[in-house]
Design a protein. Structure first.
Length: 280
């Protein structure tokens, strides 16, 4: 009888451990565009892996998509997205012509991330014309436990030729301040469990020795240290861990670049709406 009781206890413990391990898998879906592609499709999985964390990453991609387009796609249930999914093994699988509804039901997502198109990311009133509708749709399609993220995008490079830069007098600091104040207001709204301060991380990083060289075309992130900076920001916010203590560094990123990226990200998490200097 004692042996049977001991066996039952051991079995219960093993089952509990297995369930805990399953529950520890974080599942994150972004409804976004090329800025979410820059942020989460590279390096985030590797950062999690280095910390023994499991993550499934989804990105619903339409280049340049603003919030109102996502709302329209939800109304029409349109198969309009390139659905990129990174599994536990780190492999990315892309499926074309996927609807919001299909992707939202593909996993029991812990987080769904929303963001505005970059030229409009500092326009609070315009964001609020569409954001409540998209939030309502996401909540309707998912469980009551779903947590929302708002992804704060970054200001353009000072010499950017993007037409949307004119919305901010073609001035990087004007654009950054508009984005920061807008996301601060969204944070106050209580609608979001997390604000990912990618824009502040990039602005912090621009105070380093790398200076204003964090984009490849004036607005999309530089493919290596640029993208790594934002991935570090997502990692620290999602897992609540100091990214400076994470050992992962992409091969094509130098030790100095990695230190700058991690320091910029860490400082952005600490102060998401204010620029902090990175003295490296």
């Amino acid at each position: 009888m004692k042996k049977l009781s001991l066996f039952i206890i051991i079995l219960f413990v093993q089952i509990s451990v297995c369930l805990a391990q399953i529950n520890e898998t974080l599942k994150v879906l972004a409804i976004g565009n090329s800025f979410s592609e820059d942020a989460i499709e590279q390096y985030l999985h590797e950062l999690a892996l280095a910390a023994d964390k499991q993550i499934i990453i989804g990105n619903l991609y339409i280049g340049g998509a603003p919030l109102d387009l996502h709302v329209q796609n939800s109304i029409e249930n349109k198969d309009a997205y390139s659905y990129r999914k990174i599994g536990l093994d780190g492999k990315k699988v892309t499926v074309e012509k996927v609807s919001l509804e299909k992707a939202l039901h593909d996993e029991d997502w812990d987080y769904v991330s929303l963001q505005q198109a970059s030229p409009l990311s500092g326009k609070y009133d315009l964001i609020m014309e569409s954001l409540p509708l998209l939030i309502g749709y996401v909540q309707q399609q998912t469980s009551e436990n779903i947590k929302l993220i708002f992804h704060q995008t970054w200001a353009y490079q000072q010499d950017s030729k993007h037409d949307g830069f004119k919305n901010y007098d073609s001035n990087q600091m004007t654009m950054y301040k508009s984005i920061a104040s807008t996301t601060k207001e969204l944070d106050k709204s209580g609608l979001f469990a997390l604000i990912i301060p990618s824009g502040t991380a990039i602005q912090n990083a621009r105070t380093s020795s790398i200076a204003d060289h964090f984009t490849r075309d004036g607005y999309h992130l530089e493919l290596n240290y640029g993208r790594f900076t934002v991935a570090c920001t997502w990692y620290e916010k999602l897992f609540g861990l100091d990214v400076r203590k994470n050992s992962y560094r992409p091969e094509q990123v130098t030790e100095l670049q990695a230190k700058i990226a991690k320091e910029a990200a860490h400082k952005a998490v600490k102060k998401p709406y204010k620029i902090s200097k990175v003295r490296l």
